[in-house]
Design a binder for this molecule. Sequence first.
Ligand code: SF4
Ligand code: SF4
Length: 361
Amino acid sequence: MSHIQNKPGLKILEIASAWKSILTGSAPIMSIEVTRECPLSCPGCYAYGDMHLGGSVNLRSLSDYRGSELVDGIVHLVQQHRPLHVSLVGGEPLVRHRELSRVLPILSGMNIHTMVVTSAVIPIPLEWMEIPRVRVTVSVDGLPEHHDVRRKPATYDRILKNIAGSQVNIHGTITRPMLERPGYIEEYISFWNSRPEVVRIWISLYTPQVDERAPEILSPAQRELLAAELPPLRARYPKLLANQGISDAIRVPPSEPDRCTFARMSTNYSADLVTRVEPCIFGGKPDCAQCGCAISSGLHWLKDIRLGGLIKMENIARTSIAVGSFVGRLRRGYRPHARWKPPSARLVNIDSANPPSDRVA
Ligand code: SF4
Ligand code: SF4
């Protein structure tokens, strides 16, 4: 599954829009589990984990919507939260492709970037390729020797058939067995880099829950190996999204959700369009110390970049969140973000000399 997107480099205008969202009390990233249905049953799927929605309910037992109710419900949520980027995930969102064919042009018309994350077990509607600000991302977890077993019936053969004529991103979640053969990752990236349908490739590492003991979990040595391998691969395979900063973030992920830029900048809803997925898209109690989420790594790296060489992005984000928390409360029906503390606890000085990790969260 791995329902997240990365973009190949934020443009100044997008950073400005994200900043505006925060200042007005909205997290700029949103994900919606548009359905509880999925024809796959992948081992290690977090969406169907018992704790994904906190334990009292799970995705399969949640009510979900179809038809106009789903279309209107998604649009209403987006209007309420005013994000910059929306990921439509599942379950398998393509089981609601008719509804999404109505939703995507509406969101595009609102200047929102939308990503549909799919297993491509169902053909991707080609008309989606013509909608501005829409991207489809296909989850491909390793080479056929692993992927076809884990994600049957969304096998390589079926994916290649269902993405024919499309332009898609590929997202792979790397698991422990894949790193047992030298050269595996390069083979995987080389295959997808050569496909004409593929625009970008991004890589996540399997992210376990706290105390999970799954065979998918990477060893510390494997994590280090992958972090070292990705930047040189980027030089040979230009569709791969990777750089040294992201590798550094893979080595040292955020220590907890309150220190995770992705968790603080995103709002995630499940299929009843009411239940929040907390603290991040994984739900439950994710083991941040072993996080391998591509977008979390990307944002973790970005937070240390200094704008104009002076002020860290993290400091700007903290101050903006403080302002946004205050402004948001002036809005009717505003639901504060779980990791946006009240302004009094949040206001900080903009001081480029002191690292934000040393300050009050
Ligand atoms: S396709 Fe995604 S939602 Fe469906 S079982 Fe696999 S990981 Fe879970
Ligand atoms: S660091 Fe933690 S909160 Fe952030 S995305 Fe990873 S698991 Fe979720």
